[in-house]
Design a protein around this ligand. Structure first.
Ligand SMILES: *[C@@H]1O[C@H](CO)[C@@H](O)[C@H](O)[C@H]1NC(C)=O
Length: 381
């Protein structure tokens, strides 16, 4: 069973006051939507190729959470952070963050003292490198680690605020990546702690289906807007965003996660190429990168150019393609525009994309580099 925080016992004046405050914060939030672009370091997409004016925030993925703060994943990353910060010369309002994925369990298990040491070290690391904030992407705390993670989040916020007050600097951002799984979301986070302490969170509304011989052995959508008939609503973008809204995470702090990559399958029988068709394996590597089961957007465009068939599923708001025994669920300009419009009309805080690196920078797709990121930017305005 999911534990959802119950606000039913609040008195009415409190309800009206908070409704008023929510209305105010929504009114100010509409002046500019957030567009977070996660960046994976890649020789194919060096930082010099990152457009400084497309995203409002770029997030370097990943560094490690460590005892004394933040540790770069590789020693060469320090120079890359600096290069990313230098993009702010081209766009002074761009925010540059670093995302932390591993290392949280040891800090949380160490109790309040370890959490404070981490927070102080992380704040001074961010300031030293002129970064604008940090993104927490622990995948994922267990039931028994939840309270510690929530404590860590409030300790980091407090530590960052103290430093801001002391030095008169602009506040550091604290952002998150949240699970696409309703069970995990139900045990891993306290929505009111998140609302009180973070600036915003990207819900990772993708990877809903990834080929697995025992569990996911038919074709399925990576990131449908709406779940196909017969599937749980929680296996979809709107289903999970509505889950977080209902669970009480503040609307204006929720970003819709959008993928720029597809997930591929090998069809068991080339003549059965619809949704939920039998699959025998992950797809062979896509034409653009050598990873089983993944097509970056450039690979999608190459496949379509070489004769793959595209099918648009209007009910789910996403396309798929097939070619011989290859089958790929992906996102394109049409699906991303539809998703982004849903995010805007639902008054969410914006969109977070995984990832900038996997969009087409080669010009293989029509219309020039970064077609998917440009679609999101034009939708968010
Ligand atoms: C295919 O997946 C289903 C669950 O969706 C499972 O019950 C079945 O055993 C799987 N088939 C094989 C051959 O593993």
């Amino acid at each position: 069973m999911l534990k959802i925080r119950n606000h039913g016992d609040r008195n009415w004046s409190g309800v009206w006051l908070s409704a008023f405050l929510v209305a105010c914060s929504i009114a100010t939030a509409t002046s500019g939507k957030t567009f977070v672009c996660y960046y994976q370091p890649s020789a194919r997409v060096p930082i010099s190729k990152i457009p400084a004016n497309l995203c409002t925030h770029v997030v370097y993925a990943f560094a490690e959470a460590s005892k004394n703060g933040i540790t770069p994943a590789r020693s060469s990353d320090l120079a890359r952070y600096a290069e990313m910060v230098a993009l702010k010369r081209l766009n002074p309002s761009l925010k540059v963050l670093v995302s932390l994925q591993n290392g949280f369990p040891a800090i949380v298990d160490g109790g309040v003292t370890a959490m404070q040491t981490f927070a102080k070290g992380a704040v001074s690391f961010l300031r030293k490198l002129q970064l604008d904030g940090v993104d927490f992407d622990w995948e994922f705390p267990s039931r028994t680690q939840k309270d510690g993670y929530m404590k860590l989040i409030s300790i980091f916020r407090k530590t960052a605020n103290v430093e801001t007050a002391l030095n008169g600097t602009s506040p550091l951002l604290l952002t998150m990546a949240l699970t696409n799984n309703n069970y995990i979301a139900g045990w891993a986070y306290d929505m009111s702690v998140l609302t009180q302490n973070i600036d915003f969170a990207t819900v990772m509304t993708y990877d809903f289906h990834v080929y697995n011989a025992k569990r996911d052995n038919v074709t399925g959508y990576n990131s449908p807007l709406v779940a196909p008939k017969g599937e749980s609503t929680y296996l979809s973008t709107t289903g999970m965003l509505n889950f977080y809204l209902k669970a009480g995470l503040q609307r204006s702090k929720i970003l819709m996660g959008v993928p720029t990559y597809g997930r591929s399958y090998t069809l068991a029988d080339a003549s059965k190429h619809g949704l939920h068709a039998p699959a025998s394996a992950r797809g062979a590597p896509g034409p653009a990168i050598h990873v089983h089961g993944v097509y970056i957007y450039q690979g999608i465009c190459m496949a379509l150019k070489s004769g793959a068939t595209r099918i648009w599923d209007a009910a789910s708001g996403v396309p798929y393609l097939y070619h011989n025994t290859a089958w790929v669920s992906y996102d394109d300009e049409q699906s991303i525009m539809g998703k982004c419009k849903w995010a805007v009309s639902s008054n969410l805080g914006g969109v977070g994309v995984w990832s900038l690196t996997l969009d087409d920078i080669s010009g293989t797709c029509p219309g020039g580099p970064f077609p998917l990121l440009r679609t999101i930017k034009s939708c968010l305005g």
